[in-house]
Design a protein around this ligand. Sequence first.
Ligand SMILES: Nc1ncnc2c1ncn2[C@@H]1O[C@H](COP(=O)(O)OP(=O)(O)OP(=O)(O)O)[C@@H](O)[C@H]1O
Ligand SMILES: [Mg+2]
Length: 295
Amino acid sequence: MKRYHDIVGDGGSGILEQVAEQRARITDGLAGVRHLVAVGSGKGGVGKSTLTLHLAGALRARGLRIAILDADFNGPSQARMAGVQGALFVPGSHKVSLPRTTNGIAVFSMGSVIPESEALEFESAAQGESHTWRATREFALLGEILGSFEWGALDLLMFDLPPGAERTVQYADFLGPQTSFLLVTIPSEVARGVVARSVAALSKAPNRLLGYVENMSGYYCRDCDAIKPLFASPPFDAAHPSASPGMGIPCLGTVPFDPELAQYCDRGFPLAELPDTPVGRALDHVAQQLLESLT
Ligand SMILES: Nc1ncnc2c1ncn2[C@@H]1O[C@H](COP(=O)(O)OP(=O)(O)OP(=O)(O)O)[C@@H](O)[C@H]1O
Ligand SMILES: [Mg+2]
């Protein structure tokens, strides 16, 4: 039996050439993209997917060319939220063309391919070993998606990341230093603690940390047309947005919880259909801050 030390180079698998070839296809496919922005958190359920889609919507309304890559392969939400469930992937002029939302945002989401009643399986040769392959397979798949779809000329490609502080760093590593990060938290000490840990972990990477957004910063009550507190934690100090203790990166804004927005996410309606509301204005403000942080 060959031992590890007996294997010379790549063992004749040609894996190094395959990786180099995939990297070249990714670089070629992303050549027309001005900015790569990953929306992460470390913490789950804080609104990464919601903010990715609706910030994209706010930027699209300003005329920017935007695409979203839903990198959460196991819990994809963009297909439903963006209204591209069951969308067909058809051949483009060169690679595979991406489905678009009604307001023109190109979206790749596993949720367009796999129905919600099915799990994404990463098969493994040996039973009980799938965990050893999972991350490798996930990133190989991400590379395939980046290399196989027509991203075209874009102002912004946004990555909707899965939760997990350690995974956030793995995405930074895979996507490379040209990808900037926007983090999302909610006003609970639990969430802020987890996100602060992600900030600490990402600080060791060469990627730019653009800042964070505080989502669910109060909830919008339609009956009284006012923002009411949602968490007991001290409210965000708008006069000192970058002074939030523990985070150490700029705050790009706060977004209230709006039950109507949650409904829009479930039904796949774009933000543009929400009339002038506090949540719409807040998202627009964050979109502006995001643009400024990128220039
Ligand atoms: N500001 C908001 N107003 C109303 N609903 C919101 C808001 N932010 C998020 N939600 C809702 O909260 C739920 C969780 O949000 P979302 O799926 O975006 O979180 P996530 O951080 O992407 O979760 P995961 O870690 O599982 O990927 C969704 O149903 C979404 O519609
Ligand atoms: Mg999500």
